[in-house]
Design a protein around this ligand. Structure first.
Ligand SMILES: [Zn+2]
Length: 316
């Protein structure tokens, strides 16, 4: 059946289908440094990854406490405000190219003969178990069982709303391969999947397209004590005729412009609403405790927001 669009965590639902093109080749090559020869991979400090640009000062205790209370409240109390569900168009879904927003940061992309998913998340809870984190408001735009054959999936980082163990297991059982930032491969393999790990500015050739791991301004962590032990990233997929950029979760950083400079403007972008909002405000993750200061930082600086918008336009 045609199922309904989704979004985890207060995000809306929708589906886009764009029409298009042809089929491509399929030979894999190994991961290697970016052809630009550029340096600038992610840095580890005391065993934890750091952003390329320092974050603003953290919020005060009161602001952080307020954000955590809100987080708990929105986890336990049902909310309205979800976007209307939109049935997907099967015919458009099989177009080449087509871009389908399944919900939150999950997109199904078909371009240049390849089919891939971003941040596959089809579960009801963005949490290790029910009632321990945000609940999905709208069912996925496409049920996981109704997906067409998928060649690979990229995962931007390990937060529960972007990396779902059950979904990785289900997709791996269908032969879907995963491309992930440094440190996330072991987690994918533990869930039964194959994973290629990349550092920022590295790429791999898969099924006729080139998949670039690009910097994002964010963080990671799935449990107490494992913050920033796995890298976070965006993804830029370039094929013979199309280029697609997926932001994952990112705040504004000069790396947004750097992606455009190094790789060119994408022809399609998968910027979840939240990701765009981060870029507009200069914030990183309002649902995390640091958000107060970061959102404040964005609000203080109109010039900063202007820069973010300009760089997003530069990205395409
Ligand atoms: Zn995140």
């Amino acid at each position: 059946m045609n199922a309904p669009s989704s979004v985890a965590r207060g995000m809306s639902t929708a589906m886009l289908a764009i029409v298009g093109m042809m089929f491509g080749a399929c030979a894999d090559t190994a991961s290697k440094p970016d052809a630009s020869g550029a340096v600038g991979g992610a840095q580890l400090v005391d065993g934890r990854f750091v952003n390329a640009e320092p974050l603003p000062e953290p919020a005060g205790t009161l602001v952080q406490a307020g954000l955590w209370v809100r987080k708990v409240w929105t986890t336990l109390v049902p909310r309205d405000g979800a976007a209307a569900r939109v049935d997907f168009d099967r015919q458009a879904l099989h177009g080449q190219p087509s871009l389908t927003w399944i919900g939150h940061a999950t997109f199904l992309v078909r371009m240049d003969g390849v089919t891939f998913l971003t941040d596959p998340m089809f579960s009801d809870w963005a949490a290790p178990m029910a009632y321990t984190g945000p609940r999905r408001l709208v069912a996925p735009g496409i049920a996981i069982g109704e997906l067409p054959k998928v060649d690979f999936a990229v995962i931007s980082h390990d937060h529960y709303d972007h990396a779902d163990e059950k979904n990785v297991r289900e997709l791996a059982a269908r032969g879907v391969r995963f491309i992930v930032p440094l440190g996330l491969g072991e987690w994918v393999r533990a869930a039964g999947g194959d994973a290629i790990e990349l550092d920022w500015w590295q790429h791999v050739d898969v099924a006729g397209v080139r998949v670039h791991c690009v910097p994002a301004q964010h963080t990671s962590g799935r449990a107490l004590g494992d913050a920033r032990q796995r890298l976070w990233s965006g993804w830029y997929v370039s094929g013979p005729t199309h280029r697609f950029y997926h932001a994952g979760d990112t705040g504004y950083a000069s790396s947004l412009a750097e992606i455009g400079r190094r790789l060119g403007a994408p022809s399609r972008r998968g910027c979840p609403h939240r990701g765009l909002w981060h870029a507009f405000t200069g914030s990183v993750l309002p649902h995390h405790a640091r958000a107060g200061a970061e959102a404040g930082h964005g609000a203080r600086s109109r010039a900063h927001r202007r820069d973010a918008l300009r760089h997003l336009r530069h990205l395409g």
